[in-house]
Write a protein of this length. Structure first.
Length: 108
């Protein structure tokens, strides 16, 4: 019985990655070991597959929400912002070029 509990726990943890085929093999093994009655196997497979699908959908919802929140937190630069920054860079470059062209005096 302890083996069944441990396997059930591990199966619950891995339900996200389980396919119907893997679940069927697992339940068939439990039937062979006498831990599950043969007449209960199909119902158990269906229940475990449905649980895995529910968990996958919950994970998808969580990921969608996290992505939505991340997008909301990021403010992309507009074309106008980029153009203004580009203009400022050009102005600063022109000032630097003007200073470089001037000869240094003793006071500088």
């Amino acid at each position: 019985m302890a083996g069944l509990v441990e396997r059930g726990f591990l199966l619950g943890l891995g339900a996200l990655t389980l396919t119907r085929e893997k679940v069927t093999r697992f339940v068939d093994e439990l039937v062979r070991e006498g831990e599950v009655k043969p007449e209960e196997s199909k119902r158990l497979v269906d229940k475990l597959v449905a649980k895995g699908e529910e968990e996958r959908e919950e994970l998808r919802k969580l990921i969608r929400e996290e992505v939505r929140q991340a997008r909301a937190a990021v403010t992309p630069a507009s074309r106008q912002d980029i153009e203004e920054l580009s203009q400022k860079i050009d102005e600063l470059a022109a000032k630097l070029e003007g200073k470089a062209a001037k000869p240094k005096t003793e006071k500088e």
